[in-house]
Ligand binder design. Structure first.
Ligand code: SAM
Length: 366
């Protein structure tokens, strides 16, 4: 198999393609992307056969901004016979995957492909049985073994391949399924919840999203992001001239500051989280966030960079490079990640975590 398949938000195929080409070239892996606009995926075809697996192994999935999933696939299977779609799929995987831990039959995240999801659900059952009989899948689910993916782009037409569980999204179609909490003041609450799922390992939530922590939410109204922080029993300074949802104010955990988010300064020294959803030029937001981190006003930040109509990949990479440069100049050690989340539209979400150096030179987290 010589192709890497990436799932992305429909409309962002060019950004996803530019990113995979650049990041593959950094590793001296050469190939070319195949892009079909609004398809919800990009194929990166490697010139060297074995490079697809190498790319899927060596390029950290967490470094990708525009991809929701990354897998290795072979040639497109077309015209699968209705009476037996299974045999060609098993044939494609034979000798490629052994003892896989899970099967996911998926589709691109487009309206047209939605019609195929019912079929995919039904088809999963007999296909899983056949893959188990062929030893391509284990007889039980294992999160440590490769995941077999069958990706239907049209009826009877699919890519077949696998992802490496330690370097891919654990979610079906690369999308965490989150339920909108009926008492949240806005749908954008799901953006921050998804960001927590994507950027913070589940076993670190209790420590890093702990009850009693202080947070600042810039551009908070009506309060969807503040709601997430309140749910985690944090105290929140909600900065915005607009109105906050009364239900949040009633919790007693929210201090509403009617101020300009660019001028607001931390009212205390123990702010753990800074979050920011202000609709502003990306460079202004990126600089503001960097100011907070450089000054040690917060430990971690999650914020959106709203993307322009054109040169969106360049805009993101330039801002991330600028943040990194300013942190370096100030001797700040930090971990930066960015991802276009499922709940993001024309924007990406960035997470930065400051890592404090403890006395004696040992790197430690505050
Ligand atoms: C997309 S909304 C935020 C939605 C919010 N995250 C939620 O989940 O409900 C953007 C908010 O940023 C606020 N805003 C824009 N510029 C601002 C500024 N300079 N200072 C403070 N708030 C600002 C707007 O008033 C608006 O309420």
């Amino acid at each position: 198999m010589n192709k890497v398949l990436l799932y992305c938000r429909p409309g962002f195929e060019k950004e996803c393609a530019a990113e995979i080409s650049a990041k593959a070239a950094e590793r001296e892996i050469y190939g070319f992307p195949r892009v079909k606009e609004n398809s919800g995926y990009v194929l990166f075809e490697c010139y060297q056969f074995e490079d697809a697996e190498r790319l899927a192994r060596e390029l950290p999935f967490d470094d990708l901004i525009f991809a929701r999933q990354m897998l290795v696939v072979g040639e497109l299977l077309r015209d699968l016979p209705q009476e037996d779609r299974i045999t060609p799929i098993v044939g494609m995987l034979t000798g490629v995957v052994e003892k896989g831990g899970e099967l996911r039959v998926e589709v691109p995240d487009t309206n047209e492909a939605k019609e195929l999801t019912k079929f995919c659900r039904k088809f999963t059952v007999p296909l899983r049985t056949a893959l188990r009989e062929s030893k391509i899948l284990l007889n039980y689910e294992s999160p440590k073994r490769p995941v077999v993916h069958v990706f239907f782009i049209a009826p009877g037409t699919c890519y077949v391949g696998y992802s490496l569980p330690e370097n891919s999204s654990p979610f079906y179609m690369g999308i965490p399924r989150l339920k909108f909490p009926s008492d949240a003041p806005s749908r954008s609450t799901l953006k921050l919840e998804e960001a927590f799922h994507v950027f913070i390992p589940a076993d670190e939530w209790d420590e890093r999203l702990a009850s009693g922590m202080y947070a600042v939410d810039l551009g908070a109204c009506p309060g969807g992001w503040t709601y997430q922080l309140v749910q985690r029993s944090m105290m929140v300074y909600a900065v915005d001239n607009g109105p906050m949802a009364p239900s949040l104010m009633d919790t007693g955990q929210v201090m509403h500051e009617r101020a300009d988010g660019f001028k607001f300064r931390p009212p205390r020294t123990n702010i753990s989280w800074l979050v920011c959803d202000m609709v502003e030029k990306p460079v202004r937001v990126a600089n503001l966030m960097t100011d907070w981190l450089v000054n040690g006003w917060c430990r971690e930040a999650i914020f959106n960079l709203k993307l322009p109509m054109k040169k969106r990949y360049e805009e993101v990479t330039q801002n991330l490079a600028m943040i990194q440069e300013r942190l370096n100049e100030n001797g700040i050690n930090a971990q930066i990640r960015a991802r276009q989340l499922y709940h993001d539209r024309e924007e990406v979400t960035v997470h930065i975590r400051r890592i404090w150096a403890a006395a004696g030179g040992r790197r430690d987290e505050r």
